[in-house]
Design a protein. Structure first.
Length: 179
């Protein structure tokens, strides 16, 4: 097994690129069926979701739009508990069919803080699609409509997700190695 080292921590391979792409394609097919003629507007939550969003979007065959917001709550390998909006929503979502794209749901705090802003603008529908969900870490429950992988409460990295800025470029997912 190839261990990688980022900053002061070691990580071991967790979910392969092949497995990720297979799930993301399946999700795209589901959305293609669920949103025929609905022209969904995806809201991708940066930074972590950029790779997931790009791969999902490539496999959509229906008419769809995408926009980006930037929320952040993590410092190192722990949630700071504080959610900062670094780039807000600049697109009119009233009456639109919205699908929020998140890399990972951990405590649920980030989405719980953002969702009221979305509901305030009265979209015609709202669903949430995530690459990863950590059900054991939930503090603020969020109803998730599409999940690629449910994972245990361990820190992961790669495929867009970082550890203090690094590791986003890795094409597969890694998990923190316990010492
Ligand atoms: P929440 O607000 O649900 O606690 O945290 C959500 C955000 O924290 C995610 O969008 C992600 O940016 C970050 N996060 C949560 N768990 C992990 C993890 O295991 N690894 C990495 N790299 N980021 C995480
Ligand atoms: Mg995120």
């Amino acid at each position: 097994m190839v261990t990688i080292h980022i900053h002061d921590k070691s990580f071991i391979p967790y979910i392969s690129e092949e497995e990720i792409i297979k799930k993301v394609k399946q999700l795209a097919e589901t959305i293609n069926n669920d949103y025929k003629s609905k022209r969904p507007l995806f809201i991708s939550v940066l930074n972590g979701s950029f790779m997931f969003s790009a791969d999902l979007f490539k496999h959509l065959t229906i008419e769809a739009e995408i926009c980006f917001i930037k929320l952040a709550s993590y410092k190192g390998t722990k949630s700071s508990g504080q959610v900062i909006t670094a780039i807000g929503l600049d697109t009119d979502i009233t009456g639109r069919n919205i699908i929020i794209l998140e890399d990972i749901i951990d405590t649920g705090k980030t989405l719980n803080q953002f969702l009221p802003q979305v509901y305030n603008q009265q979209p015609s529908s709202l669903k949430i699609a995530v690459l990863l969900n950590k059900p054991e870490a939930t503090v603020h429950p969020v109803k998730i409509d599409y999940t690629c992988f449910s994972i245990p409460n361990k820190f992961v990295l790669g495929y867009g997700l970082d550890y203090n800025g690094l590791g986003r470029n890795l094409s597969q997912l890694y998990q923190l190695k316990e010492d």
